[in-house]
Design a protein around this ligand. Structure first.
Ligand SMILES: O=P(O)(O)OC[C@H]1O[C@](O)(CO)[C@@H](O)[C@@H]1O
Length: 399
């Protein structure tokens, strides 16, 4: 088990990257003060999450997670990758899009549905708006509506108070762990446990990544060197539809953590193989302003073999779809390499809890490492707050 990472430094040697890591003393960042997310949930808390999930699974077949940004993206990414083994339905409401909310609520069997509201601050506009719509509906349509609710958030904030007022369970998130770094807290662990994923193995993968923190730090250092060369875009190309949400999670992590003080590297998402037929022309022939991260799944949970005699392309006969995928992957790497484009390659043995834990944690470590090199604070998102304030002002007009 474990994720293989190889760097194709395009202009940099392995020694060069290691020199940056050493010179800037990045390994010193691996401590709970600089990286609060490496302090994993304790056994007691883990048991509480597991027990709550187990109990609620008896009554509910569907879980709807309502949360914005870091309060749902990690959970979504994990579920996207592991959905092939989910034992319950898991849905997400992460936008106030009226059509989305209305259609989702209409199709739910409310009697069998549990809603989990996730917000560290307990004040996020979108989450609170959806919460009120759902609450009203549950109050009108199901007996003991409070049994259909669970709240996750920071201790002492409004979600804890609301949970106690309505009599619903509440799971805390450590205050010092920011939303986009919270995938190893109740935020993502509870939904994962509810649908039947092995959250201990997921944490185990992350612990391995902390032990092998030099991988994450080198990832950060490598991307930083390319950033200095003018590579202001960071492209994620997973060869699997099931890592699409991982790229969304990554976009928040990389974007919100590093996009500060006029600096930043724009996260770009491009799923292999469809991206070959859309943006690859740009990747090959456009400006050299991107650093690429490719992800190959070595063993898919399900595979299909083509017939022994195929139409139109005879060389496909007897091949597995995963082989076609790998050929596409290798072809794309070779083409970009020949153009001198910088590549980082992840070989993921399989879509499993351990590998995902490793991947999430490696990227969080890389983010903090990169932030140190860029001299920005990876935590907080002051500029986001400005737009939030203006949106509230809009809503308060005419009060
Ligand atoms: O968990 P909360 O407080 O609802 O915040 C949701 C998201 O909003 C942000 O604060 C800003 O987008 C994110 O950093 C965070 O993950």
């Amino acid at each position: 088990m474990g994720v293989g990472v190889s760097f194709d430094f395009a202009g940099y040697t392995k020694e060069h990257i290691e020199e940056v890591v050493e010179k800037e003393e990045l390994p010193l960042l691996i401590n709970p003060k600089d990286m609060p997310f490496i302090r994993f949930v304790g056994e007691e808390e883990l048991l509480e999450i597991e027990r709550t999930a187990e109990k609620l699974r008896e009554y509910f077949s569907t879980l709807v997670v309502v949360g914005m940004g870091g309060s749902s993206l990690g959970s979504m990414a994990l579920h996207d990758a592991l959905c092939y083994k989910a034992k319950r339905e898991l849905l997400f409401l992460d936008n106030v899009d009226p059509l989305l909310i209305s259609r989702t609520l209409k199709k739910l069997d409310l009697g069998k549905t549990l809603f989990v509201f996730v917000s560290k601050s307990g004040r996020t506009l979108e989450t609170v708006a959806i919460l009120n719509v759902v609450l009203e509906k549950l109050r009108n349509e199901v007996p003991n509506f409070e049994k259909h609710l669970l709240f996750i958030g920071d201790l002492g904030k409004s979600f804890e108070r609301l949970a106690s007022r309505v009599g619903s369970p509440f799971l805390p998130v450590p205050e010092e762990v920011g939303g986009r770094f919270s995938v190893f807290t109740s935020v993502a662990l509870f939904p994962a446990a509810f649908v039947g994923y092995d959250i201990r193995t997921f944490i185990g993968g992350a612990q391995r990544a902390v032990k092998e923190a030099e991988v994450g730090l080198k990832l950060g250092a490598c991307k930083f060197l390319h950033y200095l060369e003018g590579r202001i875009n960071s492209v994620l190309v997973p060869y699997s539809n099931y890592l699409r949400e991982f790229t969304e999670w990554y976009a928040q992590l990389w974007g919100e953590s590093l996009g500060k003080d006029g600096k930043g590297q724009t996260p770009v998402k491009a799923i292999g193989t469809p991206s070959r037929h859309s943006v690859f022309q740009l990747f090959m022939d456009g400006p050299d302003d991107k650093v690429y991260q490719f992800f190959l799944i070595k063993r898919y949970p399900e595979d299909l073999v083509l017939p022994r005699k195929t139409e139109i392309l005879p060389f496909l006969a007897g091949k597995r779809l995963s082989e076609v995928m790998e050929a596409e992957f290798k072809g794309a790497l070779r083409a970009l390499r020949e153009r001198g484009r910088p590549l980082i390659v992840f070989e993921i043995p399989e879509l499993s809890e351990f590998e995902l834990g490793y991947l999430f944690m490696t990227y969080m470590i890389a983010t903090v490492g990169m932030a140190r090199l860029m001299k920005v604070n990876p935590y907080g998102q002051p500029a986001v707050e400005i737009g939030k304030k203006f949106a509230l002002e809009e809503l308060r007009k005419g009060e």
